[in-house]
Structure formats: structure tokens, C-alpha cells
Design a protein around this ligand. Structure first.
Ligand SMILES: CC(C)=CCC/C(C)=C/CC/C(C)=C/C=C/C(C)=C/C=C/C=C(C)/C=C/C=C(C)/C=C/C=C(C)/C=C/CC(C)(C)O
Ligand SMILES: C[S@@+](CC[C@H](N)C(=O)[O-])C[C@H]1O[C@@H](n2cnc3c(N)ncnc32)[C@H](O)[C@@H]1O
Length: 376
């Protein structure tokens, strides 16, 4: 039997609104009537962007693959010069450049040249966003049949292959070459997160940080540079921490940074840290696993110790689509995890025994939001 949901007082006015917006006669009237015309045009453009968004993403991918933004950072160029530098036919260069101009990635400049646009300029030298855009090729193929994905049917599942820990109960057995690709992506994009975390929560007040699921140590290095007296330890899968040890050596931080391998669902976390961080880790897992992980973190902290949790949150004002649309479908394709709101994380933290949970303001919540909580 189909379940019947309870009615609410708002159903009638909202049904009236929906009927009105669905009526071709109303739409024609609103499009013609001067006071409502701008709303009609804006809504039509918003709907068009949803219809065509996948094309825009591929225009961006082509620009990123060609390193076009970095090239134009050296100065505006004509189509002919760009065609030579990009090794693209002139017609293809023009097609791409005009598309990128319409998306504000590029901008037309005097003397038939093209330069960076307001949305392309922030991407210059931004290796994190470029790596994200390039790895989306796998997600793009997984999303070709969204209903198959939602029904859990067989499909390309390329993203699941990219993140092998999401599909195994024995992640600590993953060999180094299987964790290398995702660890490289995480290290490239880690500055987007570290920027927000270190601005929101100065680490100087702590003695020892344990970065759980800390990947190959990119955040550990940023933290050690930010707080020159801080000791930092990374805990991650054995194949991943082998890479961290190398990074610490190369950064000249081996005296203050160390790494320990293990499975955070089965092994005890190392004790001794007064701060434990979970950066972009919790949203990878279902509630039951998250609770196990949070309890393990709670056990590893002393009385008065602190947890710092940072990831992009669902229901982020001004970036709502990033939560349930982008990460919702991303994690579905990956095979595990879900985006969570601050409220849901607060419930899980309380259930795991954390107190005084507070949200710290970050400059760009789209890149990461930060929650801190006390142990005991
Ligand atoms: C100068 C004049 C004329 C005017 C000034 C006007 C003015 C003040 C303009 C502001 C300009 C400005 C500061 C712009 C800044 C732009 C920025 C910072 C853009 C940043 C963009 C960031 C993006 C697009 C980030 C994307 C991140 C993605 C896609 C992350 C994906 C993460 C994934 C897939 C993580 C996977 C991990 C897993 C598996 C889920 O755990
Ligand atoms: C999305 S990445 C985030 C990496 C890093 N914190 C960052 O923000 O760049 C998640 C990390 O959790 C690690 N991980 C996943 N499952 C794990 C497990 N069971 N035990 C230990 N580490 C695990 C992965 O190897 C990966 O490095």
C-alpha cells in the first residue's frame, strides 16, 4: 500500500502557487507584464542553467585541460595566438573562447584579444579546483544514468574505483598504488580546506594534534607551519601514511610530524593528542560507522581534549546545491556516505559523548565549515 503523508495547512496555498506557475496562460501574462517580467526572465534563466549545466561543466573542463586560465594570466591573447599555443584549430579555439566568455570565465579585450573573466581569474594557479574539475570525468560517466544510480543497479561505478576504501571492509589491506590517485587529489585540494580551518581555529593553543584520516600529510604540514611549536601526527591507512612520511621528510618537518597506519574502525587511535581533527572524513561514512569513529576519537582524547571537524555541510546558506545535490550524488556514486547538516552532526557528536559543540565561522563555507567539540 502506498503510504499517505499527513496534510499541512500550507498545502493549499502552495498547491495554488504550483498550479499558477505551471499554467502556460499565467506564464505568458507574467512574461509580458512589465512589473513581473524580470522575475519571469530570471526564473527562465535559472531553469535553463539547470537544463544546460552539464554543458557548462564541460566547457570549464576543456579550459582546465588546456591550462587556459594560467596561459591568459600572462596577458590577453588573440584567437590566432591562442590557437597556436593551445594546438587547437582556429574554429575550435573560437568556439571554446566564446563559450567561456559567455560563462564569464574569459572576457573580450580591446584589439580582438581575450583575457581572464571574473570567474576565470580566481582559478589561476588554483591546482585544487583544477584537479577536482579533471577528476569529475569519472563522476560524469557514473551520472549518465541517474536512475540506475538511485536504484543501486550495476553501472560504470568509476568513482567507486577511484575511492577504494569506500567499498571494502578491509581498507588497511589496500596497496599503495590503489590509494595514490585519491591521495594526490586530496593533497592538491587540501589547501581549500586548510585555508578555512586555520583561519577559523588557531592551533597555537594546542600541544599535539592527531589528524585522523589525514591523508598523506598535506594538512599536517600546513598545521605545523601555522603553529611552530605544535607536534602533529597523522593516522590513516598504511598505504597512505607511507606517503605522509615522505612528505614530512621533504618539507623538513620530520622532527615535528609523524604518521601511524591503521584502520580507524578497527584499531585504537594513538593517545597523547589534546586536539584531534577529522577533515573531510565524516561525510564519507554512514551514521553507524561515524558513531564508531567519533567514539574512538572520544576515547583517544584526554579530559579537556578537543575535536575539530571540518567538511562542507549540507544546508549551507548561499551554497545549498553543494550539499544535497553535489555531495549527495557524489557520495552516492562513490558508494558510501552522505552530506550532513550542522544539526545532524550535533546529534551524532552528542551521542558519541562530546559536549559544547560550536560552529566556527569560516570565510568560505562552500569550501569547509568547522565544528569544534569538547571531550567530556
Ligand atoms: C576587483 C574588482 C573589479 C571587483 C572586486 C569584487 C570582488 C570583491 C570580488 C571577489 C573576488 C573573489 C575573492 C573571488 C573568489 C573566488 C573563489 C575563492 C572561488 C573559489 C571557488 C572554489 C571552488 C569552485 C571549490 C570547489 C570545490 C570542490 C568541487 C570540491 C570537491 C570536493 C570533493 C569531491 C571531495 C571529495 C572527498 C570525499 C570523497 C567526499 O570525502
Ligand atoms: C576524503 S579523504 C580526506 C583526507 C584529508 N583529511 C583531506 O582533507 O585532504 C579521507 C581519508 O580517510 C582515510 N580513510 C578512509 N577510511 C579509513 C579507515 N578505515 N581508516 C583510516 N583511514 C581511513 C582515507 O585513506 C583518506 O585519506
Amino acid at each position: 500500500m502506498t503510504p499517505v503523508a499527513a496534510a499541512h495547512w500550507s498545502d493549499t496555498p502552495l498547491a495554488w502557487r504550483d498550479r499558477l506557475l505551471g499554467s502556460a496562460r499565467f506564464r505568458r501574462w507574467a512574461e509580458a507584464f512589465v512589473p513581473t517580467r524580470w522575475i519571469a526572465r530570471r526564473r527562465a534563466a535559472q531553469v535553463f542553467d539547470l537544463v544546460a549545466g552539464f554543458v557548462y561543466s564541460q566547457v570549464l573542463l576543456a579550459c582546465v585541460q588546456l591550462r587556459l586560465f594560467d596561459l591568459l594570466a600572462q596577458g590577453p591573447q588573440t584567437l590566432a595566438a591562442l590557437s597556436l599555443r593551445l594546438k587547437l584549430p582556429l574554429a575550435g579555439t573560437e568556439r571554446l573562447v566564446l563559450a567561456a566568455v559567455s560563462l564569464k570565465l574569459l572576457e573580450a579585450r580591446p584589439h580582438d584579444r581575450f583575457g581572464l573573466g571574473p570567474l576565470g581569474a580566481p582559478l589561476v594557479g588554483n591546482a585544487g579546483v583544477a584537479a577536482m574539475v579533471e577528476h569529475h570525468a569519472a563522476l560524469y560517466r557514473d551520472l549518465a544514468d541517474p536512475l540506475a544510480l538511485l536504484r543501486g543497479e550495476a553501472g560504470p561505478r568509476e568513482l567507486a574505483g577511484f575511492w577504494p576504501y569506500a567499498g571494502t571492509e578491509m581498507p588497511d589491506a589496500l596497496p599503495a598504488q590503489q590509494v595514490a590517485t585519491y591521495s594526490t587529489l586530496m593533497a592538491a585540494s587540501q589547501p581549500l580546506v586548510a585555508e578555512q580551518v586555520l583561519q577559523a581555529y588557531p592551533l597555537q593553543r594546542h600541544r599535539r594534534l592527531l589528524d585522523v584520516g589525514g591523508g598523506d600529510g598535506a594538512f599536517a604540514c600546513a598545521a605545523a607551519r601555522h603553529a611552530p611549536a605544535l607536534q602533529v601526527q597523522v593516522f590513516d591507512l598504511p598505504g597512505v601514511v607511507a606517503r605522509a612520511a615522505l612528505r614530512f621528510e621533504q618539507a623538513g618537518l620530520a622532527a615535528r610530524c609523524s604518521a601511524q597506519g591503521g584502520d580507524f574502525f578497527r584499531d585504537e587511535l594513538p593517545a597523547g593528542a589534546d586536539l584531534i581533527s577529522l577533515l573531510r572524513v565524516v561525510h564519507d561514512h554512514d551514521d553507524e560507522r561515524v558513531l564508531r569513529l567519533l567514539r574512538a576519537v572520544r576515547r583517544a582524547l584526554p579530559e579537556g581534549g578537543r575535536l575539530l571537524l571540518a567538511e562542507p555541510l549540507a544546508d549551507t546558506p548561499g551554497a545549498e546545491a553543494m550539499g544535497h545535490a553535489y555531495f549527495g550524488f557524489y557520495l552516492l556514486a562513490m558508494g558510501r556516505g552522505q552530506p550532513r547538516s550542522e544539526a545532524r552532526l550535533r546529534e551524532l557528536l552528542a551521542e558519541a559523548g562530546f559536549t559544547r559543540v560550536r560552529r566556527l565561522a569560516t570565510h568560505l563555507p562552500l569550501q569547509a565549515s568547522v565544528l569544534v567539540a569538547d571531550a567530556g
